[in-house]
Design a protein around this ligand. Structure first.
Ligand code: GYE
Length: 339
């Protein structure tokens, strides 16, 4: 009897050992990375493409992505971060709507030892120790500088604007790093060109509707834009909205008209470039998923990560390049962005 008991016990121990030996690596490999992605909302075509790209890449990489739509409200984003902390996710990706007001919740994420990584816009913190572990984003200041360089070059080439180029500006969400940095980059370059001047700015909140309303106001306040040389818009959607107002007022932009430049490179912007309504465009890639998820893995693995992974922002010039842009909207802009 004792012997039988002994055999049963040995068999049981062996079975347990075999089970743990054969299952642990499998179980470990199957444990998906759980990442919370706290998005600003869905204000623009670029934003929607960015959300779609983050989700698609997560699926491809087997990541369990917990998505929060911030609905353009910082409180909703903060609540999303707190929920992610409570869920004990592996990491949090934040696209902050505005720069300030994050100190408390960043402290909470740090206390919970959950790495928080920025994608897209930036934050400003009162204590550098609170700054997110790393950031994956384009350089918005550079984008603004590129836009101003385009206006300076194009104005210099046109006898009408060589001596004076008055610019109107459509600004993105107040307090967002995308609006603040783009405005600063543009202003930096403008300082070098005394004949170039921003004569009026209007906020369009990065939306089409906002851009249209802002342009309607500018058309009224700026004498039907008669003395305006260029329109500088912090994103494509506002300029696309503005185009509705401009066309209704019979004001020509792009080829043979007021210069325009905006940032993003959504599908409809390529169409406007090809149609001669937009003059130029700075491209912002929405596909930040690969770099963002790699950053999460690196941080979790304890690797040293750069403070900022800068994504490229090339520029497209409309004139003479219509054929080159066809491929972007050949499908009818069904998915909005086809870049
Ligand atoms: O250009 C705009 C969006 O934060 C850089 O936000 C981003 C900007 C983008 O709504 O379309």
């Amino acid at each position: 009897m004792k012997r039988i008991k002994m055999i049963v016990l040995v068999a049981f121990v062996l079975a347990l050992a075999f089970a743990s030996f054969s299952q642990t690596p499998v179980a470990r490999a199957q444990k998906a990375l759980v990442i919370a992605f706290i998005q600003t909302g869905s204000e623009s075509g670029w934003r929607t493409s960015f959300t779609d790209a983050m989700k698609a890449e997560a699926t491809k990489e087997g990541i369990d992505l917990k998505f929060t739509d911030g609905q353009q409200k910082q409180e909703v984003q903060i609540a999303g971060i707190r929920a992610a902390i409570a869920q004990k996710v592996d990491a949090i990706l934040l696209a902050p709507i505005v720069e300030t007001g994050w100190d408390a919740v960043l402290k909470e994420a740090q206390a919970a030892k959950i790495p928080l990584i920025e994608v897209d816009r930036d934050v400003k913190v009162s204590d550098p120790a609170l700054y997110p572990v790393t950031r994956v984003a384009a350089d918005f200041t550079h984008e603004g500088a590129l836009a101003a360089s385009f206006v300076a070059t194009a104005a210099a080439a046109n006898p009408k604007w060589q001596t004076q180029c008055n610019i109107v500006e459509l600004q993105g969400t107040t307090g967002s790093s995308a609006a603040v940095d783009r405005a600063a980059g543009f202003a930096n370059v403008l300082k070098l060109f005394p004949t170039l001047k921003i004569v009026a700015s209007q906020n369009g909140d990065f939306t089409r509707d906002g851009g249209q309303k802002a342009m309607e106001a500018l058309i009224k306040s700026q004498n039907n834009l008669q003395d305006i040389c260029a329109i500088w818009s912090h994103n494509d959607d506002m300029l696309l909205g503005a185009l509705v107002a401009l066309k209704a007022a019979g004001i020509k932009t792009g080829t043979g008209g007021i210069l325009t430049i905006s940032v993003d490179g959504v599908c409809y912007a390529y169409k406007a470039l090809a149609d001669g309504d937009f003059s130029a465009n700075v491209v912002l890639l929405p596909s930040l998923g690969v770099q963002a998820y790699q950053a999460v893995r690196d941080v979790i693995a304890g690797k040293t990560v750069p403070k900022w992974t800068v994504m490229p922002s090339p520029m497209n010039i409309g004139a003479g390049n219509a054929d080159k842009f066809q491929k972007y909207f050949a499908g009818g802009c069904a998915g909005y962005y086809q870049g």
